[in-house]
Write a protein that binds this ligand. Structure first.
Ligand SMILES: C[S@@+](CC[C@H](N)C(=O)[O-])C[C@H]1O[C@@H](n2cnc3c(N)ncnc32)[C@H](O)[C@@H]1O
Length: 449
């Protein structure tokens, strides 16, 4: 096989990067926008020792799982890799991705459960962060997502996975910021004003917190006037903030945020608890689906433990701890981000929760110094998973169960194997769809010590 060869092949499956694969004479060929059971013509673009890459140039026989994507930009925008696949089959793909990680990476013989669907498959995304730029010739403002593997912005006027109001707010920013002398950011030259528009939308109240991320170290009048105009334009906006990020970096938010008008947070309801979410708070982007995860974990603990002592590690704003507090004797949480811990304390107080102990520190360090034993340890680490040292310590602190919530099947599989080798029994693995139309999948693993 060589570059520019044209081959006809059947798409076999979608893998954990969202690419599809076909097999030609035993060689794996990766393509984008392929659906299992398509017969396609592929032009080879890259050949390596163990695999090749290609582009689909023709769909000869379309798979029965293909569907018309709601978004006209699906192929050019990098966000919804699977939107052209029937939703039920997307759930099956996510189960397969998890199963493959569990079987191949971890070598574990555990059947993965059917993926729990998201209650909403459109308008589900309640956190939006659009990069902003400005065209060279016409000076037009662009706002949208990056094209896959590039920093070229796809100008998105309609995005079916986010609430409609977000499109309207972004349209206002795009069309009116010029009136206030605010320029779009030029990434190459590190010049211009507006780098990103970030919106937190509440599924509970419908209100929006809008944050203008600017290439500046302090506020200026034109910016504040624009923030006020934005606030006055929409009843659905509860507050407008400015975040200062003058660094040459891919990190979206700078350290300092200033509220210009209205409130600096929105409220979200999960189960029967009210949460406060600010510009930089880590909170699940699909609150309805997150609610399913919290309910699942709560139900498991309620059924299997009586008034347990629970450790909520990598806690964010202690969402697990707060949601399960009423069935626990006490919940102890650990989280490294100070703002999240401060917010958690406030949320606990507002919800009249008195059995929560919040520790603002590195999880591994906390584990090492901790003497108590916990009936249940909840681990919800970032994508990179847990270190072996943290798993050793979490194991030591666990009396009975570890509940591992993961957004990365590969690191989950690695960590489950490590725990199994220490003697744990992996009871079940439940995939949950939090990011519809993307290849991302969340999993809840129940582990007995
Ligand atoms: C996937 S989020 C989970 C948040 C929370 N459980 C939730 O559902 O909202 C992971 C959290 O781990 C925190 N984190 C990352 N590394 C950490 C560490 N070494 N020690 C403590 N917390 C950490 C991050 O700040 C983030 O809030």
């Amino acid at each position: 096989m060589k570059v520019n060869d044209e081959i006809i092949a059947d798409i076999e499956k979608v893998v954990n990067t969202g690419s599809a694969i076909a097999r030609v004479d035993g060689c794996v060929v990766f393509v984008e926008n392929g659906c299992p059971q398509d017969q396609v013509k592929i032009k080879i673009t890259n050949v390596n020792k163990n695999y090749a890459k290609g582009e689909i140039t023709e769909i000869i026989i379309p798979s029965k799982y293909r569907t018309k994507p709601l978004c006209p930009m699906q192929k050019v925008c990098g966000s919804c890799q699977l939107q052209f696949i029937d939703y039920k089959y997307q759930l099956e793909i996510k189960k397969q991705i998890t199963q493959e990680a569990i079987s191949h990476i971890a070598g574990l013989d555990i059947p993965v459960k059917d993926t729990l669907a998201s209650p909403e498959i459109y308008n589900y995304r309640h956190k939006i962060q659009y990069p902003i730029s400005q065209t060279k010739n016409s000076g037009r403002i662009l706002a949208g997502y990056y094209k896959p593997k590039s920093h070229e912005i796809v100008n998105i006027k309609y995005c079916p996975i986010q609430p409609e109001i977000c499109d309207k707010i972004i349209d206002f920013v795009r069309s009116r910021c010029f009136d206030y002398g605010i320029q779009g950011y030029n990434e190459k030259k590190h010049s211009g004003d507006l780098r990103h528009v970030a919106i937190r939308n509440s599924a509970y109240t419908g209100k929006n917190l809008v944050t203008l991320v600017v290439n500046a170290t302090k506020s200026f009048d034109r910016l504040e006037d624009f923030a006020k105009a934005l606030y006055n334009e929409f009843d659905e906006i509860s507050g407008v903030c400015i975040n200062f990020n003058s660094k040459k970096t891919n990190v979206i938010l700078g350290k300092k945020t200033q509220c210009i008008i209205g409130e600096d947070h929105i409220e979200e309801k999960i189960l029967d608890k009210i949460f406060k979410i600010s510009t930089d708070t880590f909170f699940q982007i699909n609150p309805k689906s997150a609610e399913n995860i919290f309910a699942y974990v709560k139900e498991y603990i309620k059924t299997n433990h009586k008034s347990p002592l629970v450790l909520d590690a990598y806690a964010g704003i202690t969402s697990f701890g707060i949601c399960i507090s009423d069935i626990c004797e006490k919940v102890v949480s650990v989280e490294e981000n100070k703002e999240s811990c401060d917010l958690a304390k406030e949320v606990a107080q507002n919800n009249k929760i008195n059995n929560l102990e919040i520790n603002n520190m590195d999880a591994a360090e906390f584990f090492k110094k901790e003497k108590r034993k916990f009936d249940v340890v909840i681990l919800d680490p970032p994508r990179k998973g847990c270190s072996e040292e943290s798993l050793d310590e979490a194991y030591r602190l666990t009396q009975k169960d570890i509940i591992y919530v993961s957004c990365n099947p590969a690191t989950l599989a690695r960590d489950l194997k490590y725990l199994k080798d220490k003697g744990c029994k992996i009871e079940s693995i439940q995939p949950v769809d939090m990011f519809c139309h993307t290849y991302h999948v969340e999993n809840i693993a129940i582990i007995h010590k």
